[in-house]
Structures are given as structure tokens and as C-alpha cells.
Design a protein around this ligand. Structure first.
Ligand code: ATP
Length: 369
């Protein structure tokens, strides 16, 4: 096991595409770090550079005590798990898991011991004789994991290892990967475009956009204190509501106007962002997490906490109800939000100019709507 340290890491492809720019990251010994960002943000390139599968243009990569820039992939002592699993179709599960050890000519009894131990951890013991084509997607995925674990590498590098699985299996395997990583404590770098996966798996999450690291921190920190609009919009599902509004000060309190309602900024926001005072009288972007909207009897609501709107769509999700509210305020349409909408596979961006902006609220199923 080892720490993995990236310093000023950069990659420009031959055709001039700049995939990664000045990436600085210290992945601690035993840490589970998730690299997340929309398609094309450079996360796979970063991972492949750590693996030694891609030439570095700038910077250094250190694994443990060794700078590995010029060390060939096979000598880096890292194990990679790909989205495609890359299993050998003609070998059974046992031989697929054993493959790396056989190549290294380890004694047969040691190979046998290690393969069976790993198969036990991954609940594959009953399937050791099967060929990959006779396994389910989840089982194949576990064989790919087994092949990585059995080598006891200094680091695991995983590139979207769950993306070929159906939604239910993905959640199961996600929990399993988290459990296994904790059990064996191997430094892990995990690439995904799925922010839920990032939030649930990572000790820390590094958010990338267009080759540039935006923020790195524990999941809750990214959620509570995003450093910019991009991270604010990317982390959280459904995403944070982002609208433009004017910031006013009155009686030493800070207000923003949405529709014809004036909303009072909570003290906590001001504590976190003292610099906000400079923006009084100017346009700001207001972010409201869907779950921070509450159903309330009008009589109970206090001044500055009511937003009038009539729900125009209600989506029951079982544990939650998503409610869409049209509001008459300018949405935030920037390159950031465009990119986020693109990644979500939607051109459903609120139209500039007010009407048609929709806020999403997340309520309990017992809410009266
Ligand atoms: P995805 O989630 O879609 O895999 P990603 O965040 O992993 O995306 P990369 O695959 O690292 O992104 O790609 C980063 C950028 O580099 C993209 O603009 C991509 O088109 C470009 N790129 C990737 N591989 C090459 C290559 N071999 N030659 C030229 N450009 C490339």
C-alpha cells in the first residue's frame, strides 16, 4: 500500500487536445479517492496516467517512495479494474483470478491459497469452474475485482467499474466495493461520472471539469460548501436550484428576492460567506437545495421564509416526493450549467428571461400538496 501523489500533472494529446491541466492531488495511504466529473473532463486520462497507460506531458506521479513517470505500467505495482472487466473468455473464474500470479510464476500452492481466499471474500467460491460467459454481470465484475485484489498491489485504479450493471446491482456492488476496500485498506482511485457513486464511495471526492480540478474534499464538505457554481450544480441529486436574484440589506439582515417574495438569508450562510456583504445591491446567484424547501402551514411560516408558487408537477419516488414549482425569476445559465445539463442528457435548461424557470423541492411522502 502507498500514497499516490500527483504534482502539476498535465496531458495534451497529439492532436492538441488538452485533457488534464496542472492536477495536484495527494491520495493518502489506504484512502478511497473518487475522481468525478462530466464526460470528457479528463478523469480517465488522469487515471490512465497513474496506471502508466498514457504518457505524461507535464508534472510527476509518485507512488509510495518512487517517482514513476518513466516506470512502465507493468512495474508500477498498481491494479486496474475497467468498465469492460476485460476477463479472458476461455479461462474459468479460478484461472482468470490467478492469471497475474501465474504470470509471475508464484508457487502453485501459494496461488491456490490466495485465489481461494479472494474468492471467499467476493463470494465467488462456488463459481470457480465457470467461464465468464456463464456468469451474471455482477459476478463478472467481482471476478475483475478478484483479479486486482489477488495481486495485493500498492494501489487500485478503477474506471467506471459499475457502469455496465443494472441500477439495482450497481447499488449492491457499490456497497460491496466499499466494504472490500475498507477490509483490505488498499489506496484506491476510482473514476466515475456518477455523483451518487462518488458521494457514497469516496473518503474524499475530487471534482474535475475540462481537465481542471475544481474542488477536493470529503463528500459532505463538497455538498455543504461547494467552491463554485459547477460543484454546487454537480453534487446532489436532484441538483441544487440555482437562480439569479438581488441581494439587499435591511435591518442588518440580508434578503434576496424571488418572485414577489423576499427571502431572508439564514445566519449560517453569512457565517460561511462573510464576503457576501460586498454584494449588497448587486445580482447574486442563489442556490437552494431541494430538501431545504419545506411544506408549511402559512400560519407557521415566518417572515422571509415563504416562496409563493403553485406546483406544476409532482413526482412520487416512494421515499421522497419531487415537486416542481414554476417561478418568475432569471435562471442561471452559464457554461457550467449548460455542461451539467448536457451531461445529464437533457437540453431541459430553464430558458433565460424568467418565466419557465422551475425550482425542484424534495418533500416527504406525507406532505400535503
Ligand atoms: P468519459 O467519462 O466520457 O470517459 P473522461 O472525463 O474520462 O470522459 P477523458 O477520456 O479523459 O475524459 O478525455 C478527456 C479529453 O481528452 C476529452 O476531450 C477527450 O475527447 C480527449 N481525449 C481522450 N483520449 C484522447 C486521445 N487518444 N486523443 C485525443 N484526445 C483524446
Amino acid at each position: 500500500m502507498a500514497e499516490v501523489v500527483l504534482t502539476g500533472l498535465g496531458k495534451a494529446y497529439g492532436d492538441g487536445t488538452r485533457a488534464v491541466t496542472d492536477l495536484n492531488l495527494e491520495i493518502r495511504d489506504g484512502e478511497f479517492l473518487v475522481l468525478v466529473g462530466p464526460s470528457g473532463c479528463g478523469k480517465t486520462t488522469a487515471l490512465r496516467m497513474i496506471a502508466g497507460l498514457e504518457q505524461i506531458t507535464e508534472g510527476t506521479i509518485r507512488i509510495g517512495e518512487q517517482v514513476v513517470n518513466d516506470v512502465p505500467s507493468r512495474d508500477r505495482d498498481v491494479a486496474m479494474v475497467f468498465q469492460s472487466y476485460a476477463l479472458y473468455p476461455h479461462l474459468n473464474v479460478y484461472d482468470n483470478i490467478a492469471f497475474g500470479l501465474t504470470l509471475r510464476k508464484l508457487p502453485k500452492n501459494e496461488i491456490d491459497h490466495r485465489v481461494r481466499e479472494v474468492a471467499e471474500v467476493l463470494e465467488l467460491s462456488e463459481h470457480l469452474d465457470r467461464k465468464p460467459r456463464n456468469l451474471s454481470g455482477g459476478q463478472r465484475q467481482r471476478v475483475a475485482m478478484g483479479r486486482a485484489i489477488v495481486r495485493a498491489p500498492q494501489a487500485f485504479l478503477m474506471d467506471e467499474p459499475l457502469s455496465n450493471l443494472d441500477a439495482k446491482l450497481r447499488v449492491q456492488m457499490r456497497a460491496q466495493i466499499a466494504r472490500i476496500q475498507r477490509e483490505i485498506g488498499v489506496t484506491t482511485v476510482y473514476v466515475t461520472h456518477d455523483q451518487t457513486e462518488a458521494m457514497t464511495l469516496g473518503d474524499r471526492v475530487a471534482v474535475m471539469r475540462r481537465g481542471v480540478l475544481q474542488q477536493v474534499g470529503p463528500p459532505q464538505e463538497l455538498y455543504d460548501r461547494p467552491v463554485n457554481l459547477f460543484v454546487a450544480g454537480f453534487i446532489g441529486s436532484p441538483g441544487m436550484n440555482l437562480v439569479s436574484a438581488r441581494l439587499d440589506e435591511n435591518d442588518g439582515r440580508f434578503w434576496v428576492s424571488l418572485n414577489s417574495d423576499a427571502l431572508l438569508l439564514p445566519e449560517s450562510v453569512l457565517r460561511q460567506r462573510p464576503a457576501l456583504r460586498q454584494y449588497v445591491g448587486r445580482d447574486v446567484v442563489v442556490g437552494i437545495r431541494p430538501e431545504d424547501m419545506e411544506d408549511t402551514e402559512l400560519a407557521d411560516a415566518r417572515e422571509g421564509q415563504i416562496l409563493h408558487s403553485v406546483a406544476d408537477l409532482v413526482e412520487a419516488m416512494g421515499s421522497d416526493v419531487l415537486v416542481h414549482f414554476p417561478v418568475d425569476v432569471p435562471p442561471v445559465v452559464t457554461d457550467d450549467t449548460r455542461e451539467l445539463a448536457q451531461d445529464a442528457g437533457t437540453d431541459d435548461l430553464p430558458k433565460a428571461g424568467g418565466k419557465g424557470t422551475v425550482l425542484v423541492g424534495r418533500f416527504s411522502p406525507r406532505t400535503r400538496i
